[in-house]
Design a binder for this molecule. Structure first.
Ligand code: ZN
Ligand code: ZN
Ligand code: FE
Length: 764
């Protein structure tokens, strides 16, 4: 006989780990105990060595069907300990109360197959129940008000469990053991249908769903309450209906997300590769960007200006019930907010603010405590890359080998904000918060910081923010009392976020392809080659500076960077091309004059603005109505299979290697004048940027011997550029670090800030 203590870490609490361990111990006839503690889960098992080995094997074998769907073991430790004679049973012990673990709160998770089967079973008492859930699925993070994660601390507190639900909740052998949101038609939340003024028009569950489906089939707009907020739903193949939604939502040109009940349906409209299928079907159920099939029957205005659709599968029981209705198989499901404001999650607020847009409201009475957007991913270089990290992923921490010396708060960036806390070995990132310039988003930010600080039980003594003196996140950080404040350059944080994702410390060659970030010289940076570790960085290379006129307007109006990039001579020579792009000659003159006189003009190495200018030059539009609209159009224009590029020129400016943009712009103009197609020019432009970054990396490797190359920045959301550059670097012998678990855009910045702060205080 032997007794072993096994400690497991990772996502092991609140996911049905203890009942699973209990059943495993019974299978192998082992005695002992299991309990949650501050590290994860500790198991003691006693029995014959072969049985113990079998137990450990099954504990780690997540390929089996009975493995808890949401459980992931990050780390596993073993030791042999003293036998306990006379032990006769295996028990689940009370949690170690010494510390409540943050990993108690798990992300919201899509309905599992077992729950779906029950929901569709006419004999089950939860037949057609829109809130069926279990330990392996259902809402979590979005309903937790405070810790510890127990029912009274969730928005389920108002629902008293019935006898049956309670028995399941308390039965260690049951799939619903300690599933906090457990509910049934007798005791749980209910749905109803309300008209646009909020008056309830139907309360019978099945009739509510049937009537909502009828509204959708006839081209109406429904506001549907989900897990992390409301969606607007509309029949996706009905152009009139989709256009009407766009019209009523105003100022919104962004592509709409789509929802379907099965991958088979999605395949009618988009190309689904094996990885994307896996992502769609995962418990996280994100929106996955997929190449459009052409032609397809989706309404053109659902997603114009891009060659991709953002699809997700149903992820709540309510979605499945709705999609089981006749002729409901693909719907637009877009966040129900006004332009870029935070998601709406309260019933009254929804009626107040969305009544002008929605024809009906599909409501329920389970409150959403935290608004959480749908996550967005796409495939890059054979792996999932995040564009937005929110529902399904937050609040899973990134766990490092080394514990941080102090607790840290990282304020993030102003665009696509997320923030991050560091506590011991855990880096805890918030979900996507949004663009802080909007007053409502900013208030949501400050409230979220406060709430998550409590939820994660952190008391930061170190605060880190962006170097940008005008960022609202910087101001917020500056106001915090009794903390040490660190300021970190934007693109250093970008590269550090990659290091943090890999739990490495560098130095690496950091290739940054970004919109804008405040540079150490006060200029607008954005296309950089850094030599960076977590404790220092050096600007090794950059895109040559060009004058950028007009402050905030510069990121909207593409002629502003274009005029700066063309220069005086280029403007005169290409007056005809410019006139075709911007008919307002006075405006062009004004911008040129502004640059000449240096009024409200910054030096910029922004790659995002170069993409804007290139798109405008090709006649693909002049205004970004939403972020990166023009670069997305430029990417969508690419003709496949084009290998050529414009000449790459590097020159040394005061010890920093500069990539010259003039040959690229001139090459494009030459091609345009000789009638080369837009698709070919768009490809050559992308290829040139790729070759330019590669050339900088090669120079950096030559000088330093470093082969590790980290890629970050919002321009890498461009899949063509990311794929091509990763491939070219790998071919050339670089080891490429490409982020696995956080976005490449500013949504990942807070993780980099946090990692830098942790490394810097370690040295202090
Ligand atoms: Zn379930
Ligand atoms: Zn019940
Ligand atoms: Fe950035």
């Amino acid at each position: 006989m032997q007794r072993r203590r096994i400690t497991i870490e990772g996502r092991v609490q609140g996911v049905g780990c203890r009942p699973f361990v209990y059943r495993l111990a019974a299978d192998f006839r082992l005695t002992g105990k299991v309990r949650n503690d501050t590290v994860g889960v500790t198991i003691e098992v006693q029995g014959q060595p072969e049985a113990l080995d079998g137990f450990v094997g099954r504990l780690q074998d997540n390929s089996r069907d009975d493995y808890p769907a949401l459980m992931t073991i990050a780390d596993c430790g073993f030791e042999t300990i003293t036998l306990i004679p006379d032990e006769t049973a295996f028990s689940i012990a009370e949690s170690d109360a010494a510390g409540q673990l943050v990993s108690q709160v798990t992300p919201d998770s899509a309905t599992c197959t077992a729950c779906l089967a029950e929901m569709n079973d006419t004999n089950d008492f939860r037949h057609r129940y829109p809130f069926i859930n279990c330990t392996h699925c259902g809402p979590r993070y979005s309903i937790v008000q405070t810790i510890p994660y127990d029912r009274p601390n969730t928005t389920m507190a108002t629902f008293e469990m019935c006898g049956t639900c309670r028995r399941q909740y308390e039965d260690v052998a049951d799939r619903r053991f300690h599933a906090q949101p457990v509910a049934c038609p007798a005791c749980g939340p209910k749905i109803w249908l309300a008209d646009k003024s909020g008056i309830t028009v139907e309360t019978d569950s099945d009739a509510v769903i049937a009537k909502c489906a009828e509204v959708l089939r006839s081209g109406g707009i429904a506001a549907i309450k989900g897990i992390g907020g409301f969606h607007f739903a509309v029949e996706a193949r009905n152009e009139q209906a989709v256009a009407e939604l766009r019209n009523r939502k105003r100022r919104d040109a962004k592509p709409f997300a789509l929802m379907a009940a099965s991958v088979e349906v999605i395949k009618e409209y988009a190309v689904v590769d094996a990885l994307s299928e896996k992502l769609l079907k995962s418990p996280e159920a994100p929106i996955v960007l997929l190449d459009k099939r052409t032609p397809n029957a989706i309404a053109p205005s659902a997603a114009f200006g891009t060659d991709r659709f953002g699809f997700m599968l149903c992820y709540t029981p309510l979605h499945y019930l709705l999609f089981a209705e006749p002729r409901i198989d693909v719907l637009v499901m877009t966040s129900a907010n006004l332009s870029d404001e935070p998601l709406i999650c309260k019933n009254e607020q929804a009626i107040d603010e969305l009544g002008e847009i929605a024809d009906v409201f599909l409501m329920h009475d389970r409150d959403i405590f935290r608004q959480v957007d749908d996550s967005v991913v796409h495939e890059v270089s054979g792996q999932a890359a995040f564009l937005r990290r929110a529902r399904g992923f937050v609040p899973s921490p990134i766990i490092h080998k080394q514990s941080a010396k102090s607790e840290i708060f990282a304020a993030g960036a102003d665009l696509k904000n997320t923030f991050c806390f560091v506590k011991d070995r855990q880096l805890l990132m918030s979900e996507h918060i949004g663009d802080l310039a909007d007053g409502r988003v900013y208030r949501h930010y400050t409230r979220s910081v406060e709430h998550l600080q409590k939820l994660f039980d952190v008391k930061p003594t170190v605060v880190v923010c962006d170097l940008h003196p005008g960022y609202l996140s910087t101001h917020f950080a500056e106001q915090l009392d009794n903390v040490k404040l660190l300021r970190v350059q934007h693109h250093w944080a970008h590269i550090a976020s990659v290091l943090a994702d890999f739990d490495e410390s560098g130095p690496v060659i950091g290739l940054v392809a970004d919109g804008t970030g405040y540079g150490t010289d006060g200029a607008i940076w954005g296309c950089e080659c850094l030599i960076a570790s977590l404790t220092e960085f050096q600007r090794f290379g950059q895109l040559a500076y060009y004058p950028l006129a007009g402050g905030d307007k510069a990121s909207k109006e593409a002629v502003r960077p274009l005029v700066g990039l063309l220069g005086e001579e280029g403007l005169t020579e290409n007056a005809d091309l410019l006139a075709a792009i911007e008919p307002d000659a006075d405006k062009l003159k004004m911008i040129a004059m502004q640059i000449e006189k240096s009024v409200n003009v910054a030096q910029a190495s922004s790659l995002g603005r170069l993409f804007d200018a290139a798109a405008a030059l090709l006649g693909l539009g002049t205004v970004n109505r939403f972020e990166a609209e023009l670069p997305m159009a430029l990417e969508a224009a690419i003709e496949t299979g084009i290998e050529g590029a414009y000449p790459i020129e590097l020159f040394d400016r005061q010890g920093v290697w500069n990539l010259q943009y003039t040959p690229i712009i001139q090459g494009m103009i030459l091609d345009m004048r000789s009638g080369v197609s837009k698709g070919v020019i768009a490809a050559r432009f992308h290829n040139s940027i790729c070759e330019g970054l590669l050339a900088l990396a090669q120079k950096a490797r030559q000088m330093t011997g470093i082969v590790e190359t980290a890629l970050s920045g919002g321009v890498f959301c461009n899949r063509y550029l990311a794929n091509r550059l990763i491939g070219r670097l790998q071919q050339d012998g670089f080891r490429v670090l490409w982020k696995k678990s956080i976005p490449v855009n500013d949504g990942g910045l807070s993780l980099g800030q946090a990692a830098i702060a942790a490394a810097l205080i370690e040295k202090m």
